[in-house]
Design a protein around this ligand. Structure first.
Ligand SMILES: NC(=O)c1ccc[n+]([C@@H]2O[C@H](COP(=O)([O-])OP(=O)(O)OC[C@H]3O[C@@H](n4cnc5c(N)ncnc54)[C@H](OP(=O)(O)O)[C@@H]3O)[C@@H](O)[C@H]2O)c1
Length: 396
């Protein structure tokens, strides 16, 4: 395993094992984490929001107990969820609960999972307060490094105003298809290491012709090309797989180099006119729209993503933050009301399973559903994409 050094001097393995969406049906989570460590992973990524910290912790502790690895050889990340309202005390509470579930004495990296976007700029104060609690956690020796995730430049700028300890990591969605250039540039300029989530483009990349062709050339797989692309860019990819053979395949990326010409070709895979993302629920929705390109064969992939989104939405609406969550949609709906794209119907369809459940629910939940009606009034996608560029305004 190779390492990078974070701005605070701690070393981080340059390739990690992601644990989101590992479900019981994939095999026992603890067994998979154990297997990943056995096969050579030293960097494990989990989060409070993945609801698997207990099992991830069992896998880690079993690997330590069996002498496969020592705790100090592992780099463990977890994240403060944004599925609930966080303040100073709650941040300390939720961190302690994470640590307890993981059954560890400390984590190597603690992240704010998403900037806690609240209306009327309240997110600024809120992120500052959370960060203050995270600084205490670090000063108490319970997290070696602190970082953020899905922070755009304006979120970082705001945090810098009050942070005594600077974030050393920004975990961002990064792959050849989603290059997130502005956020990466700004992070690196501020000496913040970029960890790349969904480095395999959520799918493994096996459905992309350009990746397939380049992979053949190097006698590698599309997934390995994605990971190598990330590594050569200086990012730290964290790939998820529930397949033990693929764990090894994804680690086998240190024995070749993609030449400059092919890197340039991979760089053109960016399928979006703007990589500027707004890291809040609005972003999550539009990211899905942006990830759609107009090929029929991509429908299934995107439909899968929509389902994941529906789960996130469903979770959010069932807690007490749903009020401000709803507020996010009103300006968004105004902006996309004139768009035209048949794929948006699929998006709408993805909500049907829980529309049924929600129809008799409290007023705010009905309002939430009401927000989707404009999707039926669709003009064209190009307009939508243009409007996406206006998103930073919405966020403010
Ligand atoms: N900070 C954040 O907001 C955030 C958000 C999302 C994810 N993450 C982190 O990033 C990690 C990775 O992201 P992700 O899981 O969304 O997506 P990903 O790693 O880009 O893709 C995972 C998908 O690729 C498949 N795959 C893995 N290796 C493969 C191979 N060698 N060949 C073919 N297919 C392969 C997996 O299938 P199989 O499992 O069947 O092999 C799975 O369907 C997560 O697990 C999580 O830890 C962070």
């Amino acid at each position: 395993m190779e390492y990078q050094t974070l701005a605070n001097g701690y070393k981080i393995p340059v390739l990690g094992y992601g644990t989101l969406y590992i479900k019981d049906s994939d095999g026992r989570i603890d067994t998979l984490v154990y297997e990943a460590i056995k096969r050579g992973y030293r960097h494990i990524d989990t989060a409070e929001g993945y609801e698997n910290e207990t099992e991830v912790g069992i896998g880690i502790n079993n690997a330590i107990k069996d002498g496969i690895v020592k705790r100090e050889d592992l780099f463990i990340t977890t994240k403060l969820s944004c599925h609930h309202y966080n303040d100073y005390d709650k941040t300390i509470k939720y961190f302690n609960e994470s640590l307890k579930r993981l059954n560890l004495d400390y984590v190597d990296l603690y992240l704010i999972h998403w900037p806690n976007v609240l209306p009327k700029n309240k997110w600024k104060k809120n992120n500052a307060e959370i960060w203050k609690a995270m600084e205490k956690i670090k000063n108490d020796g319970l997290a070696r490094s602190l970082g953020v995730s899905n922070f755009m430049p304006h979120h970082l700028d705001e945090l810098f105003k009050t942070a005594k300890i600077k974030p050393v990591v920004n975990q961002l969605e990064v792959s050849p298809q989603w290059q997130n250039k502005e956020a990466i540039k700004y992070s690196l300029e501020n000496n913040i290491t970029v960890i790349a989530w969904a480095p395999l483009m959520h799918t493994g990349g096996g459905d992309n012709k350009v990746l397939i062709d380049i992979a053949k050339k190097y006698s590698k797989t599309p997934a390995q090309i994605c990971l190598r692309w990330s590594l050569q860019k200086g990012y730290i990819p964290i790939a998820k797989t529930s397949t033990p053979e693929r764990m090894s395949e994804n680690l086998d990326v240190f024995n070749f180099t993609i030449n400059d010409e092919d890197i340039t070709i991979l760089d053109t895979l960016q399928s979006h006119p703007s990589s500027y993302m707004v890291a809040d629920t609005v972003y999550m929705r539009l990211h899905l729209f942006e990830s759609i390109n107009n090929k029929e064969e991509d429908i299934n992939v995107n439909y899968k993503l929509f389902d994941k989104l529906a789960i996130v939405s469903y979770k959010r609406i069932s807690d007490n933050t749903s009020g401000w969550y709803l507020l996010n949609f009103i300006p968004l709906m105004k902006k996309i009301i004139n768009s035209e794209n048949k794929y948006e119907y699929y998006y709408l369809l993805s909500f049907l399973p829980f529309i049924k459940k929600r129809i008799k629910s409290p007023v705010h939940e009905k309002l939430y559903l009401f927000n989707y009606f404009p999707f039926m009034d669709i003009k064209h996608k190009k307009k939508l994409i243009k409007k996406i560029n206006l998103l930073p305004e919405i966020n403010e």
